[in-house]
Design a binder for this molecule. Structure first.
Ligand code: GYE
Length: 327
């Protein structure tokens, strides 16, 4: 009898041990599963939807995340830095695996990026850079060289107008890297051409509606003096073209118009002779963004700046390539 009780006890203990093991192994079973089975969670804080370029970038990143079966948490900040900081704070609280940030402006990121760093969450900046005292606050920046885009635009314009023009500039969002740097690169080249002058320069926030509005004001005050328009993106350039058209000022002929981005609408405007040139800025970042995140997670070192290469298109080659444009 004693013997039977002893056996029963051993069986019971064994049993309860096994069941507690099972319980304990339920959550860790997930961690033991093959890595491919675990969905990566990525937080993406996007500026907004101010331009065709931005819509193309969003589509590329969302599309690629879907293709790879990732869980992408998308937050549209409607152009406001405060909303981006809120989104990042929430991504950190959710312990996402990585953060993708398209920062609306260059400054003011230290505090939230410090929090991401302390939580060990890599931050991949896309398309716009930031100014921080400590570079370790972000992992890498995937973007174009905006200063170079500005230089390309100015060199092209100098040839087109033989080094002489009254230029009207439509700037992007105040404080945004592409607005600051596209102006900087453009002005750097103008130093070589004393007869090329920026007569007026104003922000139109990267939108078509504001581009038209600011151009209308330029036309009202300066009229026929306007010989060239340099817009920091195609949307503002297209808005300016509309204003020039409505004022009967012949954009593309009497007034030289050039912009940056290389979106479909810009190619259509070049084919119809209204836009003279555009400097391409590639928004199709999806594949590169997620390849980079994979490398970072695998412990590989990635460069601090991963540069997209751009080129200038003008009316003479627009018609040949328009059919091949992806955005
Ligand atoms: O050129 C413009 C926009 O950050 C590079 O943002 C981007 C710029 C792009 O909305 O169209």
């Amino acid at each position: 009898m004693r013997w039977m009780i002893a056996v029963a006890l051993v069986a019971l203990v064994g049993c309860s041990k096994q069941s507690s093991d099972n319980k304990a192994s339920a959550p860790s079973g997930e961690a033991n599963a093959p890595a491919a089975a675990k969905k990566l969670v990525i937080g993406f804080s996007q500026v907004g939807a101010e331009s065709a370029w931005r819509t193309a970038e969003t589509k590329s990143i969302r599309g690629e995340a879907e293709k790879r079966g990732l869980d992408l948490k998308f937050a549209d900040a409607q152009g406001k830095q405060a909303q981006q900081i809120q989104a990042l704070t929430s991504f950190i609280a959710q312990k996402v695996d990585a953060i993708v940030l398209a920062p609306v402006v260059e400054t003011g990121w230290e505090t939230v990026l410090q929090q991401a760093k302390e939580a060990n969450i890599p931050v991949i900046l896309v398309d716009r850079g930031i100014k921080v005292s400590d570079e370790s606050l972000y992992t890498t920046l995937i973007a174009s060289d905006f200063v170079e885009e500005g230089r390309m635009a100015a060199e092209w314009l100098a040839k087109k107008v033989n080094g002489k023009a009254n230029i009207y500039e439509l700037q992007g969002t105040t404080g945004a890297a592409p607005a600051i740097d596209r102006k900087k690169g453009f002005e750097e080249i103008l130093q070589k051409y004393p007869d090329m002058k920026i007569i007026k320069s104003q922000s139109a926030d990267f939108t078509r509606a504001k581009g038209k509005e600011v151009m209308e004001a330029f036309i009202k005050s300066d009229g026929k003096q306007i010989q060239a328009v340099y817009a920091h993106n195609d949307d503002m350039g297209l808005g300016a073209i509309q204003a020039l058209d409505e004022a009967g000022m012949n954009p593309g002929k009497d007034v030289t118009v050039l912009s940056v981005d290389g979106v479909k609408g810009a190619f259509e405007a070049m084919v119809s002779g209204k836009l003279n040139a555009t400097v391409e800025c590639n928004p199709l970042m999806g594949p590169l963004v997620f390849d980079t995140i994979n490398k970072v997670r695998a412990g590989e070192k990635v460069p601090k700046f991963i540069q997209n290469k751009d080129q200038l298109f003008e009316q003479t080659n627009a018609a040949q390539v328009i059919g091949t444009r992806e955005y």
